[in-house]
Ligand binder design. Structure first.
Ligand code: MG
Length: 376
């Protein structure tokens, strides 16, 4: 079997609000086609037009090439070899950031293709599923006011979630508001529901953050996520040493090298690689192994369509430990309807699909509706 084409499709809902932190309003879908008619599907949660350029770019020289040109004619079952080929072939403009995002989407599509070719779920190719279901937390944006927080938490508990993460939005604006918003969430959730708080890089100095985290800790969040900008490892380390509530971070990091630094310099307890950004399924398995060696918890970041959900669930099936599945609950058409699988909740858990590949098919009608055509 040979790869004949690698497509990068930009999808976008009709009206998009670029001022909010919601990347499920658009999507970049990868399709890897073969001479045997099989197609693998992947996704990249990044800036779609940049990723498309990285896939489509014609080669300049041996370590500066678009990804599609590196893959056409290759055997798609050689997933790890092709990962290395893409990493090396994009070295001058790559190594981290958007090039690794693009490699991630192609890697997911290659795993999907391999699973379909062999008639097995990706988890089997990763060594075997260790579980059939995983507990999910509803992941959504922090509303502006405490009364809205209570309404949002109530709605997700009503929908069957036993854990809710609220993030970004007004968090970080003031110490008082941070505490009031989390207090409102806990009042509504009671003791039976777990809460997580994602600061969305809203805090700036460690001493102030220590104070804010201690006030928040009174309301028993399971973790505090991304208090600082990603490279501020010293601040992460200072905060982690000063408070008992675990810190989580990593959604902007790419490759196992970044995660090694985040763990060793930042003292972060919970690492959150995004399978569509950190280097795909291949690299997240390496990051999971690193986290295991360092005694850290792995909770992958996942915020976009059903493709990222499906790829993340295959990883969570195969890793030694899997505590949580981040379930993006945004009511955007791409999040809710791009794939036919709906990932229903049962007892607060999501069943992991065991169909071949990542186990989902794109909905052609939604794809056609949202596809951004060249020149538009
Ligand atoms: Mg986050």
């Amino acid at each position: 079997m040979q790869i004949t084409d690698v497509e990068a499709l930009i999808l976008r809902q009709p009206v998009l609000d670029a001022s909010v932190a919601d990347g499920s309003q658009d999507a970049l879908i990868i399709r890897v086609h073969t001479d045997e008619g099989l197609t693998g599907v992947g996704e990249v949660d990044s800036l779609p037009s940049v990723v498309k350029a990285i896939v489509d770019a014609p080669p300049s020289h041996s370590i500066a090439s678009g990804l599609a040109a590196l893959l056409v004619g290759e055997d798609p079952l050689h997933v790890r070899r092709l990962w290395d080929r893409m990493f090396r072939g994009s070295l001058y403009f790559g190594r981290r950031g958007a090039a690794i995002h693009a490699i991630s989407g192609v890697d997911i599509a290659l795993w999907d293709l391999a699973g379909k070719a062999l008639g097995q779920p990706v988890s089997t190719l990763l060594g075997g599923a260790r579980r059939r279901r995983v507990r999910a937390y509803a992941s959504t944006l922090m509303p502006e006011r405490p009364e809205e927080v209570r309404r949002v938490v109530a709605a997700h508990c009503e929908a069957g979630f036993t854990a809710v993460k609220l993030g970004w939005g007004p968090l970080g604006r003031s110490a008082r508001l941070d505490a009031d918003l989390v207090a409102a969430a806990r009042r509504e959730a009671g003791d039976g529901v777990e809460l997580m708080v994602d600061i969305g890089k809203g805090w700036s100095h460690a001493p102030d953050a220590v104070e804010r985290a201690r006030r928040m800790a009174e309301h028993r969040p399971l973790w505090i996520e991304e208090p600082f900008m990603p490279d501020q490892y010293e601040r992460y380390a200072a905060l982690a040493a000063a408070v008992e509530v675990p810190l989580a971070a990593g959604e902007e990091e790419t490759t196992v090298y970044d995660f090694e630094r985040l763990i060793d310099s930042g003292g972060v307890q919970i690492v959150q690689p995004d399978v569509t950004r950190a280097g795909g399924i291949s690299e997240v398995m390496r990051i999971a192994a690193l986290a295991g060696r360092r005694g850290r918890r792995l909770v992958p970041h996942a915020w976009s369509t059903g493709v990222i959900k499906a790829a993340t669930l295959q990883v969570l099936a195969a890793t030694e430990d899997a505590e949580w599945f981040e379930y993006c609950v945004q009511s955007t058409p791409l999040n809710e309807r791009l794939v036919s699988e709906r990932f229903p909740l049962r007892d607060g858990c999501v069943e992991i699909p065991d169909r071949p590949g990542i186990g989902v098919e794109l909905d052609d009608a939604v794809l056609a509706d949202c596809l951004v055509r060249a020149g538009s």
